[in-house]
Design a protein around this ligand. Structure first.
Ligand SMILES: [Zn+2]
Length: 207
């Protein structure tokens, strides 16, 4: 199923009203072009004549049937997330289900799935890398970019310019092999907060 519509949006910069395409559902098998737009950061963006680009805050369901992976963008905070999780469970869909707050977070999840990595182990590896950079600042914006045989490659977004970072692939593999850390099926929010708890548990376990 694809949900594509058009909505009227007011540009926050100049106040001009424009019609904008709004995509609320992507199936990667039937809509590869929509996935490409998402990865390029061009999905659900109002490109105003004045030059301002505005990302629309909208619910978006991403489904990759080949990876058996679902991910839903849920703007609107914790209450909206909880409601979406209940609906997701009630839908009877099987496979991996994730809820994320923004299209950028969805893009990261899609890159992780495409790299055939486990997102929970990626989040743990990310947190450990952040801790090694600065143990007092674990809230820096860093996103998975790609992986090769040697390393996991990241991009740090908190400076004036995006900055690359990397961590050893072997460290990720070690985390991914930890059955104890693997989230239960009901757990749909695999993010920084989840990783912090998982890493603290790993340290408490002493292995
Ligand atoms: Zn404008």
């Amino acid at each position: 199923m694809s949900v594509v519509g058009t909505i009227a949006v007011t540009c926050p910069a100049c106040g001009r009203d424009s019609e904008c395409q709004l995509v609320q559902s992507i199936n990667t098998r039937t809509q590869p072009a929509m996935k490409a737009k998402l990865l390029a950061g061009e999905l659900n963006v109002l490109a105003c004549e004045c030059g301002r680009r505005t990302l629309l805050a909208a619910t978006l369901l991403f489904h990759d049937p080949d990876a058996d992976f679902y991910c839903q963008v849920v703007p609107g905070g914790d209450a909206a997330m909880t409601k979406a999780a209940d609906l997701f469970r009630a839908s009877g869909a099987t496979g991996t289900m994730r809820l994320v707050p923004s299209p950028n977070a969805l893009v990261e999840k899609v890159k992780i799935v495409d790299a055939k990595l486990e997102d929970w182990a990626v989040e743990m590896a990310k947190l450990l890398l952040l801790a090694s950079l600065d143990a007092n600042d674990l809230d820096r914006v860093m996103l998975f970019d790609h992986a090769d045989g040697e390393a996991i490659h990241w991009i740090l977004y908190d400076g004036a310019q995006p900055e690359p970072a990397k961590s050893p692939r072997a460290a990720y593999e070690k985390l991914a092999a930890r059955a104890l850390s693997r989230p239960v099926a009901r757990e749909m929010r695999i993010d920084r907060a989840w990783a912090l708890t998982a890493v603290q548990q790993m340290i408490a376990d002493g292995n």
